[in-house]
Ligand binder design. Structure first.
Ligand code: ZN
Length: 424
């Protein structure tokens, strides 16, 4: 049903211009219609009407790097061995978890992630998925779950040789079968788990389907050390030699441990970087520094949570003193996920994706200080309503598209099975 937002204060996400308007969705896909008081239809029975008096309305968010597969990990017990470094964190936590995922767990991980994203104001998710024991069909399972909640998405399967060449081949097959009928990327775990043959095949797939790669890059020094030892070059140089940097659709996640040649290679390429500040702090792998990397930097949550307010604030705070980040550039990085999607003509992130913020600060808010309010004042509890592709999916902080209580009940059951499997 089209939505009428009456008496809104609309904040344009590109210019930060404030306008007092009435907004109508549903007339043109991906577009909004701004109407005058006297143009408001008398018969509103076919409209969802939201009184936005005193509320801010702006474009909803896109998450530049997420891992829905980790959604059932919150609160789980300690791993069998306390990880001593990043490589052990992967081995004893994430690679133990993702190997235990079955199709139902993947579905509920995606459903609860989509609900959390929507509630926190994101209507688009760029996800990086791994489930080595249930690869076939996993991306379609996630896509359907996101569709059900009403979120748009750009998915990929994390291709890797870490479990042998057969699993790498399954990852390549899953990717190709998915991107034949859905928009998606070529997911790659990271250089240190991808051998020559797999990287070659993935690069060919990327070119064949005119898409980009989505890969963790130099998240930890281990990635660089491994690359230099095995291939005599650094990670970004290796990726460049396979043509991975050649697409504006390619996403390089993290990019913490780069030398100046790698920085130049990235800056002179069309690809995008995504920073994940909370995850970097959690894994103790270093702090992101975008100083020399140009402006094609976006923000992700890396599976830590689904809250872009929180991630942007973490990017701002962790960058103080090392990165050239300001409130405005933290906001720009948040908006760059939308710019990435727009530049590459991915579907689902049109102007008819909106959040209504019930945000009433004690100080003036306007175009000049919106970014300051965004970093220091706003949080996801201010998101009152969410509109995705012109339709209302969250009203008064309640999800309208699915039975949330039922999904949470089933998710808890799946989580308990998952945690047991992980201890076996
Ligand atoms: Zn990640």
């Amino acid at each position: 049903m089209p939505v009428l937002l009456k008496n809104a204060t609309f904040v344009d996400w590109k210019t930060l211009e404030f306008r007092s308007v009435n907004i109508l969705t549903g007339q043109n896909e991906g577009r909004l219609q701004f109407i005058e008081e006297n143009e408001i239809p008398d018969d509103q029975s076919t409209l969802e009407v939201l009184d936005c008096t005193g509320k801010l309305v702006t474009k909803s968010f896109a998450n530049g790097h997420h891992h829905a597969y980790s959604a059932l990990s919150c609160g789980m017990g300690a791993p069998k061995k306390e990880p001593a470094n990043f490589a052990e964190t992967l081995t004893y936590i994430w690679w133990t978890l993702d190997k235990c995922l079955d199709s139902e767990m993947i579905e509920y991980s995606a459903l609860v992630t989509a609900i959390a994203c929507a509630r926190a104001g994101s209507t688009f998710v760029i996800d990086h998925h791994a489930s080595p024991s249930a690869i076939n069909g996993s991306l379609e399972t996630i896509a359907r779950a996101f569709d059900k909640v009403g979120l748009s998405h750009l998915l990929c399967y994390e291709i890797s040789d870490r479990d042998g060449s057969e699993k790498a081949f399954e990852g390549l097959m899953e990717t190709e079968s998915y991107i034949k009928h859905r928009q998606g990327l070529i997911g790659l775990h990271a250089s240190f788990t991808i051998g020559k043959e797999t990287l070659k095949r993935a690069a060919l797939l990327m070119i064949k389907h005119e898409t980009g790669a989505h890969i963790h890059v130099a998240e930890d020094l281990h990635d660089q050390d491994d690359c230099i030892r095995k291939y005599g070059k650094r990670v970004v140089e290796r990726l460049e030699s396979y043509g991975i940097l050649g697409s504006s659709k390619t996403i390089l996640a993290h990019c913490l441990h780069l030398d100046s040649e790698e920085v130049d290679l990235i800056r002179n390429s069309p690809c995008w970087i995504v920073q994940n500040a909370e995850s970097n702090m959690n894994n103790n792998v270093g702090r992101f520094n975008g100083k020399q990397l140009g402006t094609r930097i976006m923000t992700g949550t890396d599976g830590m949570n689904s809250d872009m307010f929180q991630s942007s604030r973490a990017a701002f705070l962790s960058g103080r003193g090392s990165d050239l980040i300001s409130c405005s550039s933290a906001y720009d990085r948040l908006r760059n996920a939308n710019n990435y999607l727009k530049e590459n003509k991915f579907a689902g992130d049109g102007e008819d994706n909106l959040i209504v913020l019930d945000y009433k600060p004690p100080t003036e808010i306007n175009s000049n200080n919106f970014a300051g309010h965004f970093i220091f004042g706003m949080n996801s509890t201010h998101v009152q309503h969410v509109i995705s592709k012109g339709k209302l999916i969250v009203r008064d902080r309640e999800i309208l598209t699915v039975d949330e209580a039922e999904i949470m009940k089933e998710a808890k059951r799946c989580a308990s099975l998952l945690w047991k499997k992980m201890q076996a």
